[in-house]
Design a protein. Sequence first.
Length: 251
Amino acid sequence: MNSSYKAIPTTGKPAALGPGRANAWLDLLQGVSGAVLVAFMWVHMFLVSSILLGKDAMYTVTRMLEGEFLFGRPYPALVSAVAVGVLAIFLVHALVAIWKLPGSYRQYRVFWHHSRGLRHTDTTLWLVQVVTGLVLMFTATIHLYDMIMHPDMIGPHASSARVYGGTWLLDLVLMFAVEVHAGVGIYRLILKWDLFGLTRRRQLLRRVVAAIVLFYLVLGSFTFAAYLRIGAEPAVQAGERYVPSWQQGTH
């Protein structure tokens, strides 16, 4: 042992929150907020895809989200409240991610040069996540703002009219960006925190995540096509709200 070695004295008090610890907390905040957003988006996709089961199914889901089964009447403001909460989590997640990005064009050039030379899959996936994240900053914010301001424009006819009438391109870009971003994010989160012991089985993890992303993209594409088809119907073009089958005889 080197006799000149001296131990660093300690005060017995916790260390102050330094850059390393701050980065760890930001990593945790980004991971947790990202996981919450992914869970929300995957559940959301199943809810909006209820249109594939018929208009009555979509109508029932809409009324459930508006609290009719709980309060006895629909309250579209509940949709706005959820959208505000999701937007808040999204903004926190985005701000933390932006803070961790390279801070100059020169740093991006260095990263791009190294990524092309290394041809490392995980590095490429990080770049994919950055690009899709930038796309989501615009598309997701616009979509959430629309849900906050117009919560009553949800339903078999209302949603179809909105998609068919002009938001189809935004919704299509949003769907692909969010599903790819979510898949890559979950993959990187599992590796970062070594969840389920899958860090040593990266190829298997990539296949599983790719299959999940493909499933949601296919489901979303069929759902998107259904909304476009319904949006072209004369009743929807005329602005008629949907009346469920069990109420049609009373009107």
